[in-house]
Design a protein around this ligand. Structure first.
Ligand code: CA
Length: 490
């Protein structure tokens, strides 16, 4: 059988609950939904470490961060190692990556295994971005999401139609600082976006780690995030610190002459949420448009039948949930990856699957479709049978997670944990363990246990409830089994 083309579209920080096919109540994503309508939506796809570079390295290698060398944002990716694009390239695929690479923070690391690569340096810019085209820097005029799509389409038009292709289209959006295109700048201007149910979470009966995290809507944004004029002496990157007493405290949007004053902290928090979430959703509107352009191109070229199209994101994100933005925690909003896939030759339209899928499975899946054997040192499994609507015997019913970057950036403590279909056990071990970028500030270790059936919003830590003592022991045994299986001995 002819080997399928693979178009893998991945955005940065797009949470599943910001997609209408996942039931979003805050936005519509008609083009992404089209992939789900004509293919399959995975209901339980999770990342094994909810942060950019580690998720990207795991996707490329089919391995957890401690084996591919990317445990934190500050590690350097060794491009000499085995990746799925390299293996497909060697097997005759034409390979390309366009957009966000973000595996060079710990030292320069160019993409390997691609015939064509054109990537943003570091985080890249939203407007008129510089990109590195096979080693050469060039500035492009326009909006980053449109440019990445244009470059993908250009490459597709020039490819050899006799050979199958692998194209990784990696969007920068909707990553912080959430700068929308001019096309969508006034979307949602006259509406209030509904608040999430846990918006006013007070972190009672939870870990100290949750209470201490610095990603709160009311006080942890900076002026650039919300496009506000910084007060004298502050920079755009300075955090907004809301004072106890709001009298005399005001904020001025960069596009306005009028400052806004607040009567209560709740009012301030809700105002900041609207500033944040509207820009976030505007960035997603551009992505959705551009996903539509890619799908249209496949239709026009007669490629839709023979091309696997995936839309996903490197991890989830807090959209005001628990009063937060950002990710890192093993909580559902951050752990869950959106994942929709279309391949008319094998996947039934409008189907959904609840099997537990992980980003560590993606490489294996692509190799399977490319007709290659899956190397034994890869740690996941091909999702192809899942896509076909089956659940293979012995498919995983629990998964292992680890966030290594102790207290860096948003003061989120390092932790590892496991999730079953019903329960989630998290251990904040309280140490940096010498990992790159971590802050060497020991914390008292602590545990959390959630019953996702009774408490899907994870508001009630039942770890200390004696009623669950036996369950805790069982889950701990499973956690240690998973940790060992993942070859994580730290
Ligand atoms: Ca990300």
């Amino acid at each position: 059988m002819k080997r399928p083309n693979i178009l893998f579209i991945m955005s940065d920080d797009h949470a599943a609950h910001g997609m209408s096919c996942y039931g979003s109540v805050i936005n519509q994503t008609p083009n992404i939904d089209r992939i789900a309508d004509e293919g399959m939506l995975l209901e339980n796809c999770f990342c094994v470490n909810s942060i950019c570079a580690p998720s990207r390295a795991t996707i490329l290698t089919g391995k957890h961060g401690h084996l591919n060398g990317i445990k934190t944002l500050d590690d350097r990716f060794d491009g000499r190692q085995q990746t799925f694009p390299k293996l497909l390239q060697r097997a005759g695929y034409q390979t390309a990556i366009v957009g966000k690479w973000h595996l060079g923070e710990g030292g320069h690391s160019s993409p390997t295994g691609f015939d064509y690569w054109n990537v943003l340096p570091g985080q890249g810019d939203y407007d008129n971005p510089v990109m590195i085209n096979n080693g050469e820097e060039r500035q492009y005029q326009g909006y980053v999401t449109d440019i990445i799509t244009d470059l993908c389409l250009d490459w597709l038009k020039e490819r050899d139609p006799e050979k199958p292709f692998l194209l990784l289209c990696h969007h920068k959006a909707p990553h912080r600082p959430w700068i929308p295109s001019s096309t969508h700048a006034s979307l949602y201007e006259d509406v209030d976006i509904p608040l999430p149910e846990t918006f006013n979470d007070d972190y009672a009966n939870r870990s100290r780690a949750a209470a201490e995290a610095r990603m709160r809507i009311e006080c942890d944004f900076n002026y650039l995030d919300l496009k506000l004029e910084p007060p004298a002496g502050a920079s755009l990157w300075d955090s907004i610190v809301a004072p106890e007493d709001l009298s005399g405290f005001s904020l001025r949007p960069q596009d306005s002459q009028e400052a806004v004053t607040f009567r209560s902290h709740q009012e301030l928090k809700e105002w900041m949420y609207q500033r944040y979430i509207k820009d976030y959703l505007r960035c997603i509107a551009s992505i959705d448009d551009n996903v539509g352009r890619m799908l249209d191109f496949l239709d026009e070229e007669g490629l839709a039948q023979d091309t696997i199209v995936i839309y996903t994101s490197d991890q989830g994100f807090f959209l005001g949930d628990h009063g937060w933005y950002d990710k890192r925690f093993m909580y559902e909003e951050s752990l869950r990856m959106p994942f929709v896939v279309r391949y008319p030759r094998e996947i039934e339209g409008g189907s959904r699957h609840g099997a537990m899928a992980l980003n560590v499975d993606f490489a294996e899946t692509f190799l399977d479709y490319g007709g290659l054997d899956i190397p034994e040192d890869m740690q996941g499994a091909s999702l192809r049978p899942i896509f076909q609507g089956d659940t293979p015997d012995g498919w995983r019913t629990s998964m292992y997670y680890r966030y290594w970057m102790h207290l860096a950036h948003h003061y989120v403590a390092a932790h590892y944990g496991m999730r079953t279909e019903r329960y989630k056990l998290i251990y904040y071990y309280g140490e940096a363990l010498g990992t790159a970028g971590s802050i060497d500030e020991p914390k008292q270790p602590e545990w959390e246990l959630f019953d996702l059936q009774e408490d899907p919003l994870e508001m009630n830590n039942i770890y200390h409830d004696p009623h669950y003592a036996e369950l805790v022991e069982e889950l701990k045994q499973e956690l240690y089994r998973l940790k060992e299986e993942a070859l994580d001995f730290e």
